[in-house]
Design a protein around this ligand. Structure first.
Ligand code: HEC
Length: 157
C-alpha cells in the first residue's frame, strides 16, 4: 500500500513541476537517492564496455564475469529504499536489465557463442534506451516543503 501511495504522490508532483523543454517524466529524488541511481548507471555503462572488450577478444569467461556483476546481485545491493520511491514501471524496466545480464552470463558460459552474446547485449540495451527516453531525475531539496513522500522523513509533510 505504501508503494502505491508513493507512486501516486510522485505523479502529482511531476505534473506540477515538469519541465517544459525536457518532456520526460520527472523522478523526484533526494541527492542521496540520485547518487545511488547514477552510481549504478555508471557501473552499467562501464560493465557494458568491459563486456564489449571481452567480446572482441572472445573471452567468454570474462564476458560471463562482467555480465554477472550487472545481474540481479547488483540490483539487491542497497536498493530497497529506492523501491518505495521509484515508479513500479521504472523498477520493472531496471529489473529486466539486471535479469538480462544474468542470462547473458549463463548463456556465455553454456553456449560460448560470442555472436549470440552480442545479439543478447544489443537486445537488452534497448531497455537502457527506453528508460532514458522516458525519465529524468530532479533533486528534491531537503528543506523544500513540497508534499512528496519521503521514506527518510515519514512525518515530514
Ligand atoms: C529503469 C530505467 C533505466 C534503465 C533501464 C537504465 N537507465 Fe541509465 N539512467 C536512468 C535515469 C533516470 C538516468 C538519469 C537521467 C536524467 O536525469 O537525465 C540515467 C542516467 C544514466 C547515465 C548517466 C550517469 C551519470 O553519472 O550522470 C548513464 C551512463 C546510464 N544511465 C547508463 C545506462 C546503461 C548503460 C543502461 C543499460 C545497460 C541504463 N543506463 C539503463 C534510468 C535508467
Amino acid at each position: 500500500m505504501k508503494n502505491i501511495f508513493a507512486i501516486a504522490l510522485i505523479f502529482v508532483t511531476a505534473a506540477a513541476t515538469a519541465d517544459d523543454i525536457d518532456k520526460r517524466q520527472v523522478l523526484h529524488l533526494t541527492e542521496l537517492q540520485r547518487d545511488h541511481v547514477l552510481t549504478e548507471m555508471r557501473a552499467l555503462l562501464s560493465g557494458t564496455q568491459k563486456i564489449l572488450e571481452a567480446l572482441y577478444k572472445e573471452d567468454m569467461t570474462a564476458i560471463a564475469a562482467h555480465a554477472r556483476s550487472l545481474g540481479m546481485g547488483m540490483a539487491h545491493k542497497g536498493e530497497d529504499h529506492l523501491k518505495s520511491v521509484l515508479p513500479r514501471e521504472f523498477m520493472q524496466l531496471g529489473m529486466s536489465v539486471h535479469k538480462a545480464f544474468d542470462e547473458i552470463a549463463a548463456d556465455a558460459e553454456a553456449l560460448k557463442d560470442s555472436r549470440y552474446t552480442l545479439r543478447q547485449l544489443s537486445e537488452s540495451m534497448k531497455n537502457c534506451v527506453a528508460c532514458h527516453e522516458s525519465y529524468q531525475i530532479h533533486v528534491e531539496k531537503p528543506s523544500a516543503t513540497r508534499r512528496t513522500y519521503s521514506p527518510d522523513h515519514p512525518h515530514h509533510h
